[in-house]
Design a protein around this ligand. Structure first.
Ligand SMILES: C[S@@+](CC[C@H](N)C(=O)[O-])C[C@H]1O[C@@H](n2cnc3c(N)ncnc32)[C@H](O)[C@@H]1O
Length: 276
């Protein structure tokens, strides 16, 4: 069991380390990404206002990656700390904070081993939970986050919704079709990745992907080959995990929309939950 968990974590860490630099460069050169980030940051601020019992000042971003949220919130005046277990990503987040002229505490650390007590008004765990290897890791991570929050503080976390009807690498139509291709263009850069499902366990809802990415960057052409493992978490899984970790007043907002339309597409499910 432990071996399986470690293999899954290593694959995920490799994936996020060697692509980190090029993905960050791409994002810096892409306007579309900027727009998406603004929408998510606006959502986070509204969620803090609506759900936290006290004004939010101290924010922890668990699995902060290259820092889009932790640096973005620091630019909006929050006191931010970011933790990620991939050292390359922490380095890039540090460079991003410096570039934007904000001070952010950035540390390497494991989401399942956080050691904070009643310190934060809000904690983020974005695009993370489906990467954790099993129930035990997800619960451990959510319990540690609960412990890190002050009473009245809020957690914002999200998943890709497997029941989304469109094309996303976590959606059942894509997984059953067996492959997906992504092309991104930015100033002076091109990125293409082909993802193929290598294996799919329909009982436990786990898919193993092989991703081949080709990056045409200013320093040449690079090819990366990775394996990634994805747990297909659903709305009900999340409600159960969050409840079991001690969270109250759990609310789901589809597609980062604080006022969901009548028929949301449900590509992403964003959960906001409070510690009493
Ligand atoms: C899809 S990225 C999301 C990054 C960031 N939250 C965002 O929204 O851009 C997933 C991140 O989770 C990190 N990660 C995966 N497992 C982790 C763990 N157990 N502890 C801390 N970070 C982890 C990876 O290094 C990667 O940076």
């Amino acid at each position: 069991m432990k071996d399986k968990r470690e293999t899954a974590q290593k694959a995920s860490r490799d994936y996020y380390s060697h692509l980190a630099y090029y993905m960050d460069l791409l994002v810096q050169r892409q306007r579309r990404e900027e727009k998406g980030k603004k929408r998510e940051l606006d959502f986070l601020e509204s969620a803090f206002r609506i759900h936290a019992a006290h004004p939010v000042k101290e924010v922890l971003d668990v699995a902060c990656g290259n820092g889009p949220h932790v640096v973005g919130l620091a630019q909006r005046g929050y006191h931010c700390t970011g933790v990620d277990y991939t050292p390359e990503r922490i380095q890039i987040a540090k460079a991003r904070a410096e570039r934007e002229g904000v001070s952010v505490k950035l540390l390497q650390g494991d989401a399942t081993k956080l050691e904070y007590n009643n310190e934060f008004d809000a904690v983020l765990a974005l695009y993370l939970l489906f990467l954790l290897p099993d129930d035990e890791s997800i619960l451990r991570c959510l319990r540690r986050i609960h412990q890190a929050l002050k009473p009245g503080g809020v957690l914002v976390c999200n998943i890709g919704n497997p029941f989304y009807k469109g094309k996303s690498w976590w959606s059942l139509p894509t997984i059953l079709h067996g492959s997906s291709t992504l092309r991104l263009n930015a100033r002076g850069m091109k990125y293409m990745s082909v993802d193929r499902v290598q294996d799919y366990d329909p009982i436990h809802g786990v898919a193993w992907w092989e991703e081949v990415s080709v990056v045409e960057a200013p320093d040449g052409v690079h090819v990366f080959r990775d394996r990634e493992r994805l747990r297909l978490l659903t709305y009900w899984d999340m409600m159960n995990y969050l409840g079991a970790a001690g969270f109250k007043d759990i609310k789901c907002y589809p597609d980062w929309q604080i006022k969901p339309p009548k028929k949301p597409k449900g590509e992403f499910l964003v959960f906001v939950a409070r510690k009493d």
